[in-house]
Write a protein of this length. Structure first.
Length: 726
């Protein structure tokens, strides 16, 4: 595609389908596409999706996956969405390499429930790991079909042919050739993926593994990229909804009469939803201020300071997970024992784009353009909300302006827009204000981790008794050589236990992993300091995991690590972790203003091993983005609340990192081509809190046990250290 093309299609209106609005079946889809060479797959062939089909009732039907058109262009249909993570480019690279075409000849159609294969959603750094191999297989199948057609047309055996840039030619006589477009011309050839076509080995990669500029870059920097809030339809209304002052509040009475008298205002009060709508969004906002509501707000059960005691009480007996050896034996073998408690408050997703949706009901079919990470689950929820069969609901996902997990489950905007579109008979847009975004967010849950650990006389970790409340065990898995260890979780991930939280919680970039690694790597540093051991050497002495050792050594080499026990006064730290199959090690340098408590990270090195790297540029961008976002949860991001009342309402009280606060960042991609591609969207964020805490300890001797490390908490820790040493 040229620089001017927007790689994700988002039609400005609900296009009529040849199926008459029913779910597209194989025959209908081929008619819609108008021929060419199409490779289909059955969702049951994908183990990860098969259970979803059986559980949620999605049809195990064939759906278009990849198509070579008469013009030679290749279209990839993916249920994944693009929210800034770069899969629109990496997936195109995979298809291009297997087909032997340029990346620019690939068009991506993503997140459209009428056009794309069923997908559970875009999260967990799974797009490249799990969708990528299936896409490569489909592309390899398509290439095999094209070569077979070329052999027939050129009257040569397949073995005599070569392919380059979408052209099949006789290897010994390149002038005898035929293009993919010519081969597809007049064809209505459909193949079902059977797994027999063999994907390329690493040695034959031409596109994968090479840096490639993002396909969405120009569209985004020039403003041509389309987001849900950019879609406009004739006669559309902008909606503003009445929101409670606190979670758990009960609406005792409402008066919408004044708003209803305002010119052009439409009022909808239906099943607890109260909304005012107008063709002008500012007029809708003004009308909302005319609505009078009487709320009953329950007294605060706990707040952002007392929540940790509440979690410990509400967590129940817990569930035992990963276990090795015997804890009693580990404690008996220990020459030193260590007890640590680590805490983290609630966090908001704070994506640049607030939750937005536009819904339109026409000819019995509801079309919703929505900023979502989960278009297919949204389709099912919308259908239930408006009383339509799922096949009569189409969800189209344009570019998404950041999600981080926050747009994977909360779908208020889509449900509200759909209900209002049905009630008014007109297209309706619901676009959250920043205050609504904070209030209705599915926050990263507050969490507590308690660890009892021990080392023996030879400096080996012999005991690891790990308990975590509300965060689950992601990235807490043991890679240190500890013979006696256990992980116990309370409330499961995100507080699955009832009454654990007063408001919705949900996934937040590497859910639970950030606090787990903060706790584990802080505790490891505590043990190293007690033994007066260099923190890097202590880690290397306690892990035989080759991949972990490789990233630790790579980070140390780039950082220029000098061996010393902490606290050394230098302000340097190390931390490592595993997430989404990827290994990461960070090293950082910090400075602190003792008078104000302001902590500043001046340098950070990230070494990451993620198997085969499809797009090194994209992987580097992901690493850098993780580090920047990680500094936010580490230093400043925390939701304040009193009971169900959210006190944090905008960026004046929820501080995210500014460019001026960014340290010097260096990234290292550690080569491991023996492993298939692993996740890259989340791993580098996981150890950020730990590496900063460890660097602060190395600088000052003060150990922080609660994130974020606000100036007030840093000052308090420094004061406690001075008092203890006096």
């Amino acid at each position: 595609m040229s620089d001017e093309r927007v790689p994700i299609a988002a039609p400005p209106a609900a296009a009529p389908l040849p199926s008459g609005g029913r779910a597209l079946r194989r025959r209908d889809f081929i008619k819609l596409l108008g021929g060419g060479i199409i490779v289909l797959f059955n969702v049951d062939l994908l183990d990860l999706a098969a259970q979803e089909v059986r559980t949620n009732g999605y049809p195990a039907d064939f759906n278009a996956y990849l198509r070579i058109g008469n013009n030679g262009r290749v279209t990839v249909y993916s249920g994944k969405i693009e929210m800034g993570q770069g899969v629109v480019t990496s997936l195109a690279q995979m298809a291009a390499d297997e087909l032997d075409v340029s990346v620019e000849s690939i068009d991506m159609v993503m997140g459209d429930t009428d056009l794309c294969p069923f997908d559970r959603g875009t999260y967990g750094s799974m797009s490249t790991r799990f969708f990528g191999p299936a896409l490569r297989a489909a592309a390899a199948e398509a290439r095999a079909v094209l070569v077979a057609l070329a052999a027939e047309q050129l009257k040569r055996p397949k073995e005599a042919l070569a392919v380059e840039a979408g052209v099949v030619f006789v290897a010994s006589d390149p002038k005898v050739r035929v293009t993919y477009g010519q081969l597809a011309q007049g064809q209505k050839l459909v193949r079902t993926l059977d797994g027999k076509a063999v994907a390329k080995p690493l040695s034959r990669f031409k596109v994968m593994g090479k840096p490639h500029r993002r396909l969405d870059a120009r569209a985004k920097v020039t403003g041509k990229a389309l987001y849900a809030g950019d879609v406009r339809l004739p006669g559309m209304l902008y909606a503003r909804l009445l929101r409670p002052p606190a979670h758990g509040a009960t609406l005792k009475g409402v008066d919408t009469s004044a708003a209803a008298k305002a010119p052009g205002v439409v009022v909808v009060s239906q099943d607890g939803m109260v909304a005012v709508l107008h063709a002008d969004p500012e007029a809708a906002e003004s009308a909302l201020r005319l609505v009078k509501a009487d709320w009953e707000v329950p007294p605060p059960a706990f707040d952002d300071e007392t929540v940790f005691a509440h979690l410990l009480e509400a967590g129940g007996e817990g569930e035992e997970g990963e276990k090795r050896g015997d804890l009693a034996a580990g404690e008996k073998a220990a020459s030193s024992l260590f007890d640590g408690t680590y805490e983290d408050g609630y966090g908001a997703h704070a994506a640049m784009e607030t939750h937005t949706a536009l819904a339109h009901l026409a000819n019995g079919k509801m079309t919703v353009w929505s900023s979502t990470q989960t278009p297919f689950p949204d389709q099912q929820a919308i259908a239930a909300a408006v009383g339509l069969p799922k096949e009569q609901v189409r969800v189209v996902t344009p570019f998404v302006g950041g999600g981080f997990g926050g747009k994977s489950g909360a779908r208020h905007q889509a449900l509200e827009a759909a209900r209002l579109a049905k009630a008014t008979g007109r297209p309706v847009q619901v676009c959250f204000t920043r205050e609504e975004e904070f209030f209705l967010d599915t926050f990263r849950p507050a969490a507590v981790v308690k660890i009892r650990s021990g080392v023996d006389g030879s400096g080996k970790i012999c005991l690891w008794d790990y308990h975590v409340w509300a965060a689950g065990s992601r990235s807490a898995e043991q890679f240190y050589d500890v013979p006696n260890s256990v992980i116990r979780t309370y409330g499961r991930w995100g507080g699955g236990t009832p009454k654990m939280h007063l408001f919705a919680t949900g996934p937040w970039r590497a859910p639970g992993a950030n606090v787990n690694v903060f706790a584990r790597e802080s505790q490891v540093d505590v043990m190293a300091a007690k033994l007066k051991a260099d923190p890097l050497e202590f880690r290397l002495a306690n892990t035989s995991d080759k991949r972990m050792r490789s990233v630790l050594e790579a980070a140390a080499k780039r950082f220029g690590w000098k061996k010393a026990a902490a606290p050394s006064g230098r302000g340097v730290g190390v931390a490592c972790g595993i997430d989404a199959g990827t290994y990461v090690a960070l090293m950082a340098e910090v400075k602190v203003d003792a008078a104000t408590g302001k902590l500043r990270v001046t340098r950070i090195v990230c070494a990451q091993e993620m198997g085969i790297v499809i797009n090194p540029d994209g992987a580097t961008m992901q690493m850098e983005g993780c580090l920047m976002m990680g500094l936010g949860y580490t230093l400043s991001e925390e939701v304040r609340f009193q009971g169900g009342k959210i006190l944090t309402r905008n960026f004046d009280t929820y501080e995210i990192p500014r460019f001026s606060a960014m340290p010097a960042v260096e990234t290292v991609l550690v080569k491991n081509d023996e492993l298939s591609p692993q996740g890259g969207g989340e791993p580098a964020i996981v150890p950020v809190g730990a590496v900063v805490a460890n660097a602060l300890f190395d600088l000052t001797g003060a150990r922080l046990h609660r994130m974020p490390f606000t100036p007030a908490r840093v000052r308090e820790a420094l004061a406690a250290l001075r008092k203890a040493s006096s």
